[in-house]
Write a protein that binds this ligand. Structure first.
Ligand code: C2O
Length: 345
């Protein structure tokens, strides 16, 4: 096989779940200078904080400001909030074909691309926030739903005067409702508990440890150039539950496709998306650093690539192999207690 990349010069209409076309292409990079990302030492290591703690709340004030500023940029600017949200639509709803395969759509879910794609996506989104805030220390908040005190929608996302608010959420799941990490019962084989918190911790243990004993089980199955669009069985343990379940739990069931969070094309229109994915990204670090998980060595994974716009609105090509260590990208996660480590079901 060989590694997969999107045909980013030829973005096409994506499709909603019912097949209706939707244009979510970014500003075309055709004719622009397109730079390859080159790893370089970073001067500062930023710390991504849990959204619900005291320090996290101070940081959330900055995040709110950053999203405000992104929402004020012209729609033609690839750093604008809507274009950033559309990145997800383009990469997940068929906005790109695979490079060299004009009839095979590129897809970043349900395979080993899931973790690295979203890491890079947040990396550039965070850089754009920093640039707009003119604050080199800013780091994204993470939604710490794997800890009892973080198991509800963090307050600032729920203030209707905030740029972080989204009305397209399940109105029955607003705070203080405890999140259900197995919403829709995706994961079978753990018994529902009356105690939702304990059940969530059991699920964390199961998906991070019991069901994640190999790279394929954790990250997802291989996806190489020319491969058909992966199906659900290609997903890794975390992608399937709790990742997808949080999306479905948060979205508005009164909308046709559980918009915003519950469907690929719209999910990233909700600013909580990025805090959700920061936590997913944190779980990757935990799996490697605390649980001894090993990443793939397969060159087809390492050389897979994506295109993103950076904080200067310049297109960049990145490869999976350059995102394996978050420290080298200039950020870490606050080292907080992990309450599910001893929550074996
Ligand atoms: Cu690209 Cu949380 O999905």
């Amino acid at each position: 096989g060989s590694s997969v990349s999107p045909d980013y010069l030829n973005c096409v209409d994506a499709a909603k779940p019912d097949g209706a076309p939707i244009n979510c292409c970014p500003t075309s990079p055709a004719g622009m200078e397109i730079t390859d990302y080159i790893p370089s030492p970073t001067a500062i290591t930023r710390v991504r904080l849990p959204a619900h703690t005291a320090n996290g709340r101070d940081n959330m004030v900055k995040y709110r400001k950053a999203v405000d500023l992104m929402k004020q940029l012209p729609a033609s600017d690839p750093r604008s909030f809507m274009q950033q949200a559309n990145v997800h639509c383009a990469y997940c709803n068929g906005g790109y074909n695979q490079e060299g395969y004009s009839n095979v759509r590129f897809q970043v879910h349900r395979s080993w691309l899931f973790f690295p794609f979203h890491r890079w996506y947040l990396y550039f989104y965070e850089r754009i926030c920093r640039k707009l805030l003119q604050d080199e220390t800013f780091a994204l908040p993470f939604w710490n739903y794997d800890s009892p005190s973080g198991m509800e929608i963090p307050a600032m996302f729920n203030d209707s005067s905030s740029s972080l608010y989204d009305r397209l959420r399940n109105q029955d799941h607003l705070p203080p409702v405890v999140v259900d990490l197995n919403w829709g019962s995706f994961l079978t084989g753990i018994s529902p508990e009356k105690n939702q918190i304990k059940y969530n911790l059991n699920l964390m243990y199961k998906q991070m440890i019991t069901n994640a004993t190999t790279p394929r089980l954790f990250f997802g199955q291989p996806y190489r150039a020319g491969d058909e669009t992966p199906t659900r069985s290609g997903s890794g343990s975390i992608e399937i539950a709790l990742h997808t379940t949080i999306h479905a739990w948060t979205g508005d069931p009164k909308q046709p496709f559980t918009e915003d969070m519950g469907t690929f094309y719209a999910a990233a229109r909700d600013p909580i998306f990025y805090a959700h994915h920061a936590n997913i990204d944190r779980l990757w670090n935990i799996w490697v650093d605390k649980l001894g998980g090993k990443v793939f060595r397969d060159p087809d994974w390492l050389d897979s690539s994506f295109m993103f716009y950076n904080e200067e609105a310049k297109p960049m090509i990145v490869k999976v192999k350059d995102c394996l260590d978050s420290t080298s990208l200039g950020y870490i996660y606050e080292d907080i207690e992990i309450p599910w480590l001893d929550a074996k079901p």
